[in-house]
Design a protein around this ligand. Structure first.
Ligand code: G6P
Length: 608
């Protein structure tokens, strides 16, 4: 989704802005642009496609110590240069925007009547003209931005500069993320800390409605009425390496291989010898979680699959009713909320608009409606989701840059594994689970040894159009996650079915051109899964099965079996995710797609 970078410095800012855009590329975008203020003029450069295309257009030397830059993920208006940001009003005001202005049509017709001409189809251009219109009476840039945003409906993070104000950058947010970077003799804004790590490690996380005015040696955060706010400057612990590919060919591959470490980091400090410590997620958590009588889990995309696995765990082990739902559906259907219901959101980014909206919906209804408390399981610190939830359990996966989520997903599963024990009532089971959790990192290391075998397997998928994924029990959502990964990065149409459902429809699709992938750990469903696989084989389907080494399944004509190391049932969904991630990765590499930035997708979806 759109990325913003801005800087006011005592040196030329174009290289800083360009590097910032490169570091935001992972968010997903289709065009890029930059506006620099130099000698009372706004110099704008835009390009469709990658940041590299913008860099080429910019050339070597781009003077200007104040500027804003943007990667655009199209919402209003097609992908073309005219719609790319920054948008400039009469050569006087330049704006970059992440989010959606819902009342842009009304504002546009008003501004047209006032004589403004529109050069794009975007909702953002109205913001540029609106700010410009408020500057006509001599208002400062900050005052004009304040008056303009008071009229906006929707979600935004905005960064604004003016031709006649060579040092000042004004930025504000409501609904879309924005951080302020504090340097020495220079200040910055960006959608994400990662964009600014080469220039600063000190950040102010802006909150809803905050507006910041900055120059090279000054910044001030105010609220919507102009009152000065005291927001803490925080030191980021992220290393630059954490946001770089290192020796790996793609971020996704790096992140897949980081999972043993990420999973271990996620449970560290949260376990005693024989139990999972509820107190590790806050002093009040133990008492609160002891009162939980039901759970609602809400998320989008990959994160929703983690929730679906957790339903199996929470109902079977904690014996609590658990409802899992896509965030975009949940809040519009008036769900029945049982008493003392724990409302859980799962999100890598903590900024997904639908998930955030569902959280706000639950909070607005509150305890009277049945909600006991809200818990965010999130990978990024200082996000809207973490700020607005009662309890927070961080997945400590580290920065995830590849658009297709990998380590964020398995660490979500790890958190949900622990949450199940926290709300469960049986200490015996918890003791066993603690041992299983501690062993996950090394189990995943062993699974990663299948990497090269899976890269050979991937060759069978390269010329295919479709694939089916099968699993049963908690492996059904894992099959869904495998299908989603393949879709996202290799553009193969893939669908997942609960294996028992095969005969009720999808079996009609099975022929030798339809590879069928199955996950078969050695659990209570194994024999049933074997029967389902026979149904495929009998119809000439080509099976690829990731099966427990003791499953009894063997490679023979029509079925290729890759042996998985034995892992305890309680953590099998984590381990069985890994080969499916690797399969999707290697199919995408073989097909030559853009693995880390698949077409049309965004890492953090901040619009509904
Ligand atoms: C986008 C990403 C997905 C992600 C989903 C939810 O669609 O491309 O990878 O699963 O958003 O994101 P979240 O940050 O809330 O987990």
């Amino acid at each position: 989704m759109c990325g913003i970078v801005g800087a006011s410095a005592q040196r030329e800012v174009a290289p800083i802005l360009l590097e910032g855009l490169r570091r935001l590329e992972y968010r997903g975008y289709d065009s890029a642009g930059m506006a620099l203020v130099d000698h009372g003029r706004i110099e704008r450069t835009r390009a469709v496609g990658k940041v590299a295309a913008l860099a080429e257009r910019l050339g070597e030397h781009n003077p200007g110590t104040l500027g804003i830059a943007h990667t655009r993920w199209a919402t209003h208006g097609g992908v073309n240069e005219a719609n790319a940001h920054p948008h400039v009003s009469n050569g006087r005001v330049a704006v970059v925007h992440n989010g959606i202005i819902e009342n842009h049509e009304a504002l546009r017709s008003r501004l047209r009547d006032a004589g403004y001409q529109f050069d794009s189809e975007t909702d953002t251009e109205v913001v540029a003209h609106l700010i410009d219109s408020y500057r006509a009476d001599g208002s400062s840039l900050a005052e004009a931005v304040r008056r303009a945003v008071a009229e906006l409906h929707g979600a935004y993070a905005l960064a604004v500069v003016a031709a006649d104000d060579p040092e000042t950058l004004v930025a504000t947010r409501r609904g879309s993320p924005l951080v302020l970077g504090v340097g020495i003799g220079e200040h910055f804004v960006a959608s994400d800390v990662a964009a600014l790590l080469p220039v600063t490690r000190r950040f102010v996380y802006l909150e809803e409605g905050d507006m910041v005015t900055l120059t090279p040696d000054y910044f001030e955060v105010t609220d919507a009425d102009g009152r000065v706010l005291d927001r803490p400057v925080q030191e980021s612990v992220l290393s630059i390496e954490a946001t770089e590919k290192g020796a790996y060919r793609h971020f996704m591959l790096k992140e897949i291989h980081e999972q043993p470490r990420a999973l271990t980091d996620t449970w560290q400090g949260r376990l005693s010898d024989n139990n999972v410590l509820a107190s590790s997620i806050g002093p009040e958590a133990e008492a609160l979680l002891a009162r939980v009588e039901a759970v609602h889990i809400v998320a989008c995309g990959t994160s929703s699959h983690a929730g679906m696995v957790a339903r199996y765990w929470i109902e079977a082990e904690a014996r609590l009713p658990c409802n899992v739902e896509l965030a975009s559906e949940y809040r519009y259907r008036d769900p029945v909320v049982p008493r003392n219901c724990l409302f859980v959101t799962l999100s890598q980014s903590g900024e997904t608009a639908d998930t955030l909206a569902a959280l706000r919906y639950a909070k607005s209804l509150g305890e009277g409606a049945g909600y006991l408390a809200t818990l965010a399981i999130c990978n990024k610190p200082e996000t809207s989701l973490t700020r607005e939830s009662d309890l927070i359990m961080m997945t400590r996966a580290g920065p995830e840059i590849g658009v297709a989520s990998t380590k964020a997903f398995t660490t979500q599963l790890m958190c949900l594994r622990m949450l199940t024990a926290m709300i469960g009532r049986g200490p015996d089971r918890a003791e066993r689970v603690v041992g299983d959790i501690r062993g996950v990192g090394s189990a995943v290391e062993r699974v990663l040894e299948l990497d090269s075998a899976i890269s050979h397997l991937a060759e069978h998928f390269v010329d295919k159009q479709h694939a089916l994924f099968l699993g049963r029990g908690p492996m059904y959502p894992i099959a869904m996650e495998g299908a989603l990964k393949l879709k996202e990065i290799s553009y193969l149409h893939a669908e997942a079915y609960a294996a028992g459902e095969l005969k009720h429809g999808p079996l009609a699709l099975v022929d030798e051109d339809m590879p069928v992938v199955a996950v078969a750990p050695n659990n209570e469903w194994l024999e049933k899964v074997k029967s389902n696989l026979q149904e495929v084989r009998a119809r000439g389907g080509k099976l690829y099965v990731f099966a427990d080494e003791n499953s009894g399944l063997e490679t023979e004509p029509g079925i290729t079996v890759l042996d998985m190391p034995h892992v305890p049932d309680t953590v099998a969904p984590i381990a069985y995710t890994i080969p499916l991630q690797l399969l999707a990765y290697h199919v995408a590499v073989a097909k030559g797609t853009d693995v880390d930035q698949p077409r049309n997708l965004a890492k953090s979806v901040t619009v509904e």
